[in-house]
Design a protein around this ligand. Structure first.
Ligand SMILES: [Zn+2]
Length: 631
């Protein structure tokens, strides 16, 4: 048996323990003694103190009440005020998940409700809040996890064994090495490989959506990379330039863990499934299928912000809020016994937004920072956000005053929900009237995921949602649009409204359909908020083209006159040049080295040179396939 398990068992009444297993870095003990199950907290505390790992005691399945009886018992026991929506039984792990509208009622004062449940049915209750908008995606993910509970229990145990079983590779010297498999002097295909004598860890694994063929994918043919040696993959956030290649690794045999936050797991699954759908729709063979996407889900280990976890024998990670999108994280990696500390920021925002707090800046230790440089150039300072928000509010008001419709093409994730929060504030402050806000396609799905994880929003928004019951995503004027017919009705009606639809650059999807219906009327407005790729309809309209030709379904072309008002709001989920400078100046402690990626070549080089002069630290802008010894 593993040393650490032996060590923990010495604290326990050994005859009562029937099984001990890892769940990732945590240790779970199963007991057949009901008295011990109910009264083990002091014993567990002592063991945790000794081994510094999380330990949980659960009843042996033989001790658990039969599911049918237990369900009846639960319904009797729990106050109807709790409004239970769902009870799910994870038989493999002796856990019952209770989803209720008022979880506090189930938990009770000081947790006495939970204790009563344990005592009555001998299961471990886990209480969740019912998401106010049902998300089919979240339900499918959870169903898949339950269906594969046995497989997952084995996977989590194997992962724990790898973390605690001691060192796999023989070595005398300690070192840390970082290879750039993507995102070196470019935006897209983020993928870094961190190696120590003991660990092979991949940080993100994305694609470059603006490229074609080989240029889309990270350099997995690099001599540094061997898929069968990868111990763990850590994912910063859900965007495809960080996650789009992940299912492909499973297709080729990766079976290890993927660490991310809960919202990241759900949003990346949605985005990956969407790429498969789009590829099929365009008559192309997708890179992977929903089977591999499900495989990713079954191998995720989700972590909260600031939860410290060992992922290999010599690397410990902690996620911190990065302010970029729901669930986005910076990854702090503690290597060896204090040998080296790395912060991989991935994409960050260093301004508070309606939904998120700006990126975290205080760390226990820090030597090397891997920082994004999307807006790293000296001329990449954007106008202040408050000013842009005011301009946007003005455009909405003017458009509605002249009885127009306002179309905002958005990316599915992030910006659309920020806009909903902004509109909510304008309505609440009496600045605009509550006209219908139509949310089309994937924007709606991602909004539903936002309602499921309010704990990942900033404290003000969380407070507003929990204590004042004032949720910007549930305002009564928000309407979901699901079909072409509904779309046509909105276009043809003379009602004033705001429309949020993908794609953000007008490269296809619902936003283009709305454009065709709204472009010719002067009273309407089109507001861009995202990057506009060269050649896209978005870029062409923004550059002033007044006539666009569209392929007609039956052959031939339609010419569309662009008469509506066109605006662009300079708001982004990325830190601009000024924010990047501020972020580094606020970092505690000051790092010794900063390495830039996720930015065009000139921007990476420019900010590397500026920060070297300003902060007197070593700076680097590695190219793809560069490998750097950090220690
Ligand atoms: Zn991103």
């Amino acid at each position: 048996m593993e040393d650490i398990i032996k060590q923990v068992l010495e604290f326990m009444p050994q005859d009562d323990i029937t099984d001990a297993a890892f769940e990732g870095a945590n240790l779970v003990l199963y007991t057949k003694n009901k008295h011990f199950f109910l009264n083990c907290s002091d014993t567990v505390r002592k063991a945790v103190y000794a081994v510094k790992k999380r330990i949980e005691v659960r009843p042996d399945p033989a001790l658990c009440m039969v599911v049918e009886d237990a369900e009846q018992e639960l319904r009797k026991l729990i106050d109807p005020e709790a409004k239970i929506d769902l009870i799910e039984w994870d038989v493999q792990r002796s856990i019952v998940i209770i989803e209720a509208e008022n979880p506090g009622v189930v938990i009770g004062k000081g947790g006495e409700g939970l204790h009563a449940i344990k005592e009555a049915i001998s299961w471990v209750p886990v209480i969740k809040r019912t998401p106010p908008i049902r998300s089919e995606l979240i339900e499918n993910i959870r169903a898949s996890l339950y269906k594969n509970s046995d497989k997952r229990r084995k996977f989590l145990h194997e992962t724990g064994k790898r973390i605690y079983n001691g060192w796999k590779r023989a070595h005398k010297h300690e070192w840390v090495r970082l290879s750039y498999l993507g995102s070196g002097r470019q935006v897209g295909r983020s993928c870094l490989l961190l190696q120590t004598p003991e660990s092979r860890i991949l940080l993100d694994c994305g694609i470059d959506v603006s490229q074609e063929g080989q240029e889309m994918y990270p350099y997995l043919d690099s001599p540094d990379f061997r898929l069968e040696e990868i111990d763990a993959i850590v994912v910063s956030h859900a965007h495809l330039d960080h996650t789009g290649f992940l299912p492909y690794l499973f297709k080729f045999g990766y079976k290890g863990p993927v660490y991310c936050t809960l919202p990241t797991r759900d949003i990346m699954t949605l985005l990956q499934l969407d790429t498969v759908k789009i590829a099929r729709h365009e008559g192309q063979e997708p890179l992977y299928t929903s089977k591999e996407i499900e495989d990713v889900v079954l191998h995720t280990i989700t972590l909260d912000y600031e939860e410290v976890t060992d992922i290999t024998p010599d690397v410990r990670i902690t996620f911190y809020n990065s302010g970029h999108m729901l669930g986005s994280a910076m990854v702090h990696l503690h290597v060896g016994n204090g040998l080296h500390n790395i912060l991989y920021t991935a994409d960050i925002k260093y301004t508070n937004t309606f939904l998120l707090s700006k990126a975290h800046t205080k760390f226990p230790r820090l030597e090397t920072v891997l920082l994004e440089a999307t807006y790293g150039g000296r001329d990449n300072t954007l106008p202040p956000m408050a000013e842009q928000n005011d301009i946007f509010a003005g455009i909405i008001k003017k458009t509605l005053d002249r009885n127009g419709k306002l179309l905002m093409p958005v990316l599915g994730s992030g910006r659309g929900q920020e806009v909903l929060a902004h509109i909510h504030k304008l309505v609440r402050d009496g600045k605009i009237e509550p006209v219908p806000v139509y949310v089309d396609g994937m924007v709606w799905d991602i909004t539903a995921i936002h309602t499921a994880y309010p704990e990942f929003l900033n404290p003000q928004m969380r407070n507003q949602i929990f204590h004042k019951d004032d949720n910007p995503f549930l305002a009564e004027y928000i309407r979901q649009v699901g079909s072409n017919k509904e779309r046509q009705k909105i276009i043809e009606s003379d009602e004033r409204c705001i429309i949020l639809a993908t794609s953000g650059m007008l490269t296809g999807g619902a936003s283009v359909e709305y454009l065709k219906g709204l472009a010719e009327q002067k009273k309407n407005a089109l507001v861009f908020s995202s990057y506009l790729g060269p050649g896209s309809y978005g870029r062409r309209i923004h550059d002033g083209e007044k006539q666009l030709a569209f392929q007609k379904a039956g052959g031939g072309q339609d010419v569309l006159n662009i008469n509506l008002e066109v605006h662009k709001i300079e708001i982004t989920g990325h830190a601009d040049r000024r924010e990047l400078m501020q972020f580094v100046s606020h970092l505690q402690p000051r790092p010794k080295r900063i390495m830039f990626n996720h930015g065009e070549q000139s921007r990476c080089l420019d900010i590397a040179s500026s920060m070297h002069k300003k902060f007197r630290v070593e700076t680097l802008a590695p190219k793809n396939l560069d490998a750097i010894r950090l220690r």
